[in-house]
Design a protein around this ligand. Structure first.
Ligand code: AMP
Length: 278
């Protein structure tokens, strides 16, 4: 595996791969890698033959008082995991490599970016889209893979890519979970044993919502009942949205929906979602 620490080193390696007729697949991450990230690499390998993984903790997508400083940085372990997953290139840029001294927000997530995660984390999605667009420009991938766990993120990335990177194909990979149901996340390592047990109730609520989805309101009510039994999880929202528009749905809706959940357990903000077809 090549490790490229600058845009120039990245461009040289990607250029050589493309000149050899290879299709370039891209998996952007913030590191502290786990099996969920590796599953995105496995998915990328189905569609491309030179796989670039970036590790970059993007300051622009963290708000004041969020965990930018303490976000886990585990580069040696990450690099070993990427070797074992047979990634071809690890892109490990500095803030300056990515932004070239210009850390202005260049992307607007719009109305959908202000809902749900965006309502609790103002500016988060503008910052996320800004770095993703910048990374797309640097990596020049043919395909890029994002996890379904971050449903609003992948929705907004698709929207942005359709307008600005028309040749790039965005692929969504399913959420990897622990046997307990808890979605794998780099932030799970913040959880104490007790908090971990509390955190499993987010996915339990989604499963109950899915199992009782005779209507949107019935699904939401039963999912909320699960969360009311664990007040230690400070529920931010449970919502049902149309998977195609990310707008909230009402009873009578027919089609593919996503049930979204966000809660803070201890000091750790966790999100998850499940698909429900009405
Ligand atoms: P992050 O490093 O948390 O920014 O995530 C990088 C990518 O991995 C994003 O596309 C996430 O949606 C994806 N991801 C995170 N957790 C999981 C998971 N449990 N299963 C699948 N993909 C995931």
């Amino acid at each position: 595996m090549i490790t490229a620490k600058t845009g120039e080193a990245l461009a040289a390696a990607v250029g050589a791969a493309k000149a050899a007729g290879k299709k370039v697949g891209f998996v952007p991450t913030m590191g502290a890698l786990h099996e969920g990230h590796l599953s995105l690499i496995a998915e990328a390998k189905k569609h491309a033959d030179f796989i670039v993984v970036s590790i970059f903790v993007n300051p622009l997508q963290f708000g004041a008082g969020e965990d930018f400083e303490k976000y886990p940085r585990t580069i040696d372990a990450d690099s070993a995991l990427l070797q074992s997953a047979a990634a071809d290139l690890l892109f490990l840029p500095t803030v300056n490599d990515v932004y070239q001294g210009n850390t202005e927000i260049t992307q607007q997530a719009g109305h959908i970016g202000e809902l749900f995660e965006g309502a609790s984390r103002p500016g988060h999605f503008d910052g996320m889209l800004t770095v993703v667009a910048r990374l797309f420009e640097l990596v020049q991938p043919d395909i890029a893979v994002f996890g379904a766990k971050d449903a609003q993120q992948v929705f907004l990335v698709r929207q942005m890519a359709a307008k600005q990177f028309a040749k790039l194909r965005i692929i969504e990979a399913p959420t990897l979970r622990e046997p307990s149901g808890l979605a794998l996340s780099s932030r799970n390592r913040y959880l104490s044993q007790h908090e971990h047990a509390v955190a499993t109730q987010l996915s339990a609520a989604l499963r109950v919502g899915h199992a009782t989805a005779t209507s949107p309101s019935a699904a939401l009510e039963s999912a909320r009942t699960v969360m009311h039994k664990v007040p230690e999880a400070k529920l931010d929202y449970i919502a049902l949205v149309d998977a195609n528009s990310f707008e909230a749905i009402q009873d009578g809706f027919k089609g593919r929906a996503l049930m979204l959940i966000a809660a803070v357990v201890g000091t750790t903000r966790l999100i998850d979602n499940i698909e429900i077809v009405f």
